[in-house]
Design a protein around this ligand. Structure first.
Ligand SMILES: Nc1ncnc2c1ncn2[C@@H]1O[C@H](COP(=O)(O)OP(=O)(O)OP(=O)(O)O)[C@@H](O)[C@H]1O
Length: 392
């Protein structure tokens, strides 16, 4: 198991924090305090230790601290000491050098590196209230959620998805221009773009299929828990091909030819009607034999939590990747007592570092002695005294 836990976290001009310095020592952390105290802000800071826009998906200019009435956020920084498997501490940091900057800098041991390198050392995964309506909203939200689970296992998935989106945008610009009577689309250039789409799309479909299969096996193998069992499916044609045994080359070939055939139709529609950007994640509640969208709010939350925990459990056994760090924003409040206890037991058994938030300290009774409690208030972060439970 490749351990990677946050030992210390420091924030400078990040959201509501002018400065914060939290010694965590690799333990899980539960943050409690009133609404607006800054609990989610702290989770967001941890989420920015991975490539991308973090758990709120905010623009980077937004996260710099602003006083009321100020329009531009300050230059900000999130710095962490990450304890690695060998016990060594690695300095990882991200932030901006100028107020309002749209791009962030990432430094590892003081050296500026591309943000993608963060995934070599820290793998945050999260569940936030934004996902409460996941099964009721558009397929794109479920794809995004599932892609993050894939990404936690295979960071290259993000670069394939980016390459795919970039080629897609260029292809659609050519086709839309042609459909509107502008410059006719250059068929040779379209063929090049479609080849890129097909290559990236085949890799995406396969990565999603791999994660789906592994996740389902993980969920099926852990049936004796008070979380609802889920049956997962990827409905997209290309993921289906991958799931039924087609290799990457075959998917690439068929996707390229489907795209070539769809040029007039896609041009007229103004969007591409086939490809891995169209699929959906279907989730069924096994005991109820109903789609997740027909389950209660609490059941839906427990289903999603089960997916995140299953992926975290699976990744915690991976030899070659850093352990995931699980960020659970306002999750405990949705769970009944049995599930809250089970969540605490599971995080402990899997030796996962988790950061959890909730308004009331009592939501985390089962984590006392197993995780560090931190009171969040206007005064900042106040860690509670920590005495480890003897049997753990
Ligand atoms: N860029 C910023 N600069 C200064 N303050 C900010 C910035 N962005 C957000 N805030 C403040 O941070 C606070 C919200 O913090 P956060 O979302 O972490 O609260 P929370 O403790 O999770 O609350 P809840 O329990 O309601 O979810 C708000 O008061 C908001 O005004």
């Amino acid at each position: 198991m490749a351990s990677a836990t946050i030992a210390r976290l420091r924030l400078t001009d990040f959201r509501s924090y002018e400065r914060a310095d939290l010694q965590v020592g690799g333990r899980s952390v539960y943050l409690f305090g009133p609404n607006g105290a800054g609990k989610t802000n702290l989770l967001e800071a941890v989420s920015l230790l991975s490539p991308g826009k973090g758990l709120r998906g905010s623009s980077l200019a937004e996260v710099g601290r602003r006083l009321p009435g100020e329009s531009v956020g300050r230059a900000w920084a999130v710095a962490a000491e990450v304890e690695q498997a060998d016990g060594e501490l690695l300095k990882v940091g991200t932030g901006t050098e100028l107020a309002g900057a749209a791009r962030r800098i990432v430094r590892i041991e003081g050296e500026t590196v591309p943000p993608g390198r963060l995934a070599d050392h820290v793998r945050p995964m999260w569940l936030t209230p934004a996902q409460d309506r996941l099964f009721l909203e558009a397929a794109s939200d479920r794809r995004k959620f599932f892609d993050r689970l894939v990404f936690a296992a295979e960071p290259s998935h993000a670069s394939h998805a980016n390459a795919y989106d970039k080629a897609q945008r260029e292809r659609m610009r050519l086709l839309s221009d042609a459909a509107e009577g502008g410059a006719p689309a250059d068929p040779a250039w379209l063929t090049v773009l479609e080849a890129r789409l097909a290559a990236a799309g085949a890799l995406m479909a396969h990565a999603r299929a791999r994660t789906l299969t592994a996740l389902q096996a993980e969920i099926d193998g852990r049936g004796d828990r008070p979380f609802p069992q889920a049956r997962l499916a990827l409905t997209g044609a290309w993921e289906q091909m991958a799931l039924t045994g087609a290799d990457e080359a075959e998917i690439e070939l068929q996707l390229a030819s489907a795209l070539a055939a769809a040029r007039p139709r896609d041009g007229a529609a103004g969007r591409a009607l086939t490809g891995p950007h169209r699929g959906d994640l279907a989730v069924f509640h096994v005991d109820k034999d109903r789609p997740a969208s027909e389950c209660s709010t609490g059941e839906q939350k427990a289903l999603i939590l089960n997916l995140v925990l299953a992926q975290a459990a699976r990744l915690s056994r991976a030899e070659s990747a850093p352990n995931p760090i699980v960020l659970l924003d306002e999750v405990a409040a949705h769970l009944d007592l049995t599930r809250r206890a089970a969540l605490a037991d599971e995080l402990t058994a899997l030796k996962l570092q988790a950061f959890l938030t909730g308004t009331d300290e009592s939501l985390f009774d089962h984590l006392k002695g197993r995780a560090l409690g931190v009171r969040v208030s206007e005064a900042g972060l106040t860690p509670l005294e920590f005495t480890a439970l003897e049997d753990e």
